[in-house]
Design a protein around this ligand. Sequence first.
Ligand code: COA
Ligand code: AMP
Ligand code: ZN
Length: 437
Amino acid sequence: MDLHCEYFHPELETLDRAGIIKLQLERLHRTLEHCMQSEFYRKRFAEAGIRPSDIKTLEDLRKIPFTTKQDLRDNYPFGLRSIALEDCVRLHSSSGTTGNPTVILHSKLDLEQWAQAVARCLWMVGCRPSDVFQNSSGYGMFTGGLGFQYGAELLGMLTVPAAAGNTLRQIKFFTDFGTTVLHAIPSYAARIYEVMCEQGIDPRRDTRLRTLVIGAEPHSEDTRRRIEEMLGVKAYNSFGMSEMCGPGVAFECKEQNGMHIWEDYYIVEIVNPDTLEPVPDGEVGELVLTTLNREAMPLLRYRTRDLTRILPGECPCGRHHIRLDRMKGRSDDMIILKGVNIFPIQIEQVLMQFKELASDYLITLETRDNNDTMRVEVEMQDVNLDDYASLQRLERSIRSRLKDEILITPEIRLVPKNSLPKSEGKAVRVKDLRQQY
Ligand code: COA
Ligand code: AMP
Ligand code: ZN
């Protein structure tokens, strides 16, 4: 690798528009061939009355029906695979035990491609083999763990797979191992700073931190600047999702002005989430992605539910891959708390399993001591509210069942029947009072 070269894959990163489109079309045809090995897509194409040979141009892609999270759930666990299971080497899965979670399968080649994409992103923001990279994402099923791990190793950095939690230990690693690059979700980066202050550690004076990679939850430009100021680093926005592998889908370059989405990996569409028609150039809509480099489980026109827009104009960095604006929210009711995705229905389904509980509940998200928290208030059936020991047992039991389901630990508050505020029309189930840093 030429350490002075700004690009990890110069020939791919600097492709001009014509080159990108040519490559996309070639890879789309290969992807369609893979898809025809999957029972799911064979059926989908037959139902839509189309054949892969009908897709001659990128515009023809619109003939293909969208793929949704529900499709992944309905075909749980392996219904969308395009290769034999013995050729798959890993799967990642979303949380949840009450309904079907989503599963994404990977072949060796898929993992290699994924690591290449992450390494490309990290190189783009100046990471080099001499860096020490610390990852505070959960390992295991969270793709931010292994995803960054393999990319950072491929780039050649010394990696510190610290994983989530234990903030004091994270900070000790910074000082002992000379961490220069940190991956953290924005709210956790702020938490790390608070704990540093409590410990009398000055990030500028006592650590070598200079680059922060932040993502996995929506955050504003203001938040980025404040975190940069706190930790004395440059912070780069990183976007990804398990369905598209994980991190490495779109990433800011040093210009910090929108995230380049790698068009040699994905075809991008932005559609109106209601009509599903393309929005005019530059307008906000739902991001729809088609994978171009995946063989175990390619996805065609996947509705991400993330709202964003394509930024107009060219980036001065020399990459022509389009740039996505910060995510503006979601077109569904998914909550992202501490980097964990949660659907309110998961919580409802757990609560409904307890016969002592009535049907009204309220989820409040708050920041306390720089830690994001969830409180679930739930109305009781007519039970004896004075029986303190039983109530405590019940609370513990609900908390534990919810932790199994959503992977974070909520606070449970049992309240008398009819005491939660009633809203007109559709019940308001989630109150988000989290602090914007
Ligand atoms: N990343 C890393 N650590 C986090 C975190 C985050 N997003 N959010 C909180 N933590 C830390 C807390 O600060 C706490 O450490 P400390 O007490 O030493 O400061 C520790 O994790 C436990 O947090 P707590 O709030 O008590 O636990 P929980 O049961 O509610 O949540 C986590 C458990 C934090 C382990 C879970 O939320 C998690 O794994 N989050 C990371 C998810 C992730 O990696 N997403 C990336 C996808 S790309
Ligand atoms: P997961 O599948 O658990 O990796 O979660 C993916 C989801 O996290 C995306 O669909 C987005 O909603 C959210 N997400 C990931 N990265 C970002 C980011 N940089 N900004 C805002 N939201 C993000
Ligand atoms: Zn750029």
